[in-house]
Design a protein around this ligand. Structure first.
Ligand SMILES: Cc1ncc(COP(=O)(O)O)c(C=O)c1O
Length: 400
């Protein structure tokens, strides 16, 4: 290691930085795009005569379900418009299957397992840990899920109850699944079991900041594969309007939809209909959403470019990084098993990065070489400083 790198590291440390690039959050300029929601007047009674201030409409008000129907290209009878969190809908789906799935609730299955594409989202893994469901990993490749590996794993394992994936701008590595990949996934899962659950977290459905592979609506592919009764797709406006203040959507059908409705009936009398109404006034149709997301893209894209411009100065010998066309993350893959050390060195200079291993079940990245970078929340100057600290840490860890 050259002394130059070490002395640069010490210089950065002396600045006493405190920069957090751990989580994919919108910055305040992105939140400002939706400020109209803060003061938007809402009539108490909607066109259907529903009093938005009172209990009722457990699956969401009609206009919010219509918006969900257009967003997910699924018939309105298949749509629930929920609270502010799609993760909540995901958790409710898992809990409903755990307690009540037919013919066998997951809690009655000996050593139930689930397929988790990797790298993936730590909060998904936490949910499966909560339920004691064993996670089997399958790598993501450019087109989506590595289907040969999926087939191999399914052949070797009994009691696999389903798969949870992020089919567009996957968190963190940014894959956009091809239609063929999704369609083959349905065929493989349906062959495995009539009760195999296809859970899609489409958190980044409309979050493109560069031209992106055009995907057929997921629901259409599920319908063609006759898999809608085993499919649950969720999304939300958390990164469209306000983090934790948007609305969420689910498309599902048959027994899967009934299970979610059943569990929700025990948990929540109804969602916040006033917020749903505000959102449907803010976005009168799906095109409004696309136009709004183009404004987000203008704010996000330069941040990714700033991060790339620093990462590009790093030698290929140290590793490579993803260049997604949307979503919220860059994935750095080091050539050596140094992810833990890099995150540790960054912390030493006051730059917080998502813990190494977080993108794998049980926090265990077998090669210790995947690091998730979330460039959106900080301003560009801070991001540049953080990325400089990052590449310095990579160079030190690599040479150690
Ligand atoms: C893949 C994925 N799903 C869900 C969420 C959270 O969504 P929500 O706020 O709707 O619960 C995130 C946020 O980072 C995410 O990356």
């Amino acid at each position: 290691m050259t002394n130059n790198i070490l002395s640069h590291f010490n210089e950065i440390k002396a600045k006493g930085l405190s920069i957090d690039i751990t989580r994919g959050k919108p910055d305040s300029s992105q939140l400002d795009l939706s400020n109209e929601l803060l003061s938007m007047p809402v009539e108490a009674i909607n066109e259907e005569g529903v009093d938005l201030r009172n209990y009722g409409e457990p699956h969401g008000i009609l206009e919010a379900r219509e918006l969900g129907s257009r967003l997910l290209s699924a018939p309105i009878e298949n749509i629930i418009t929920g609270e502010q969190s799609s993760l909540l809908l995901t958790y409710q789906t898992l809990l409903a299957h755990y307690l009540f799935a037919e013919p066998t609730p997951w809690q009655k299955i000996v050593n139930p397992k689930v397929i988790c594409p990797v790298p993936g989202f730590d909060r998904h893994f936490q949910m499966f840990e909560d339920f004691g469901i064993e996670m089997l990993t399958v790598p993501l490749i450019e087109d989506g899920i590595d289907l040969d590996e999926l087939k191999r794993i399914l052949k070797e394992n009994e009691n696999v109850v389903g798969i949870l994936s992020v089919p567009r701008h996957s968190n963190p590595s940014g894959e956009v699944f091809s239609d063929e990949n999704i369609s083959d996934l349905f065929d493989i899962g349906m062959d495995y079991s009539d009760n195999f659950l296809f859970l899609f977290d489409n958190a980044y459905l409309v979050h493109d900041f560069l031209p992106t592979r055009i995907q057929k609506p997921l629901w259409e592919i599920a319908d063609k594969a006759k898999a809608t009764n085993q499919t649950v797709e969720v999304t939300s406006f958390s990164k469209v309007t306000f983090g934790g203040g948007g609305i969420s959507f689910m498309a599902s059908s048959g027994k899967s939809l009934e299970l979610v409705k059943k569990i929700r009936a025990s948990m929540v009398i109804c969602p916040d209909k006033v917020n749903q109404k505000r959102h449907t006034q803010f976005f009168s149709d799906a095109d409004d959403i696309i136009r709004h997301m183009a404004k987000h893209a203008e704010l996000i894209r330069p941040k990714f470019e700033t991060a790339y411009s620093v990462l590009e100065t790093l030698s290929d010998e140290c590793g490579s990084f993803s260049r997604p066309t949307g979503g919220y993350f860059i994935t750095f893959t080091s050539t050596k098993p140094i992810a833990t050390r890099v995150v540790e060195l960054c912390k030493e200079v006051g730059v917080l990065i998502t813990p190494a291993g977080a993108t794998f079940p049980y926090g265990n990245d077998p090669k210790d070489n995947i690091i998730r970078i979330a460039p959106t929340f900080v301003d560009e100057r801070q991001l540049e400083v953080a990325m400089d600290a990052f590449i310095t840490a990579v160079q030190i860890a690599h040479s150690e």
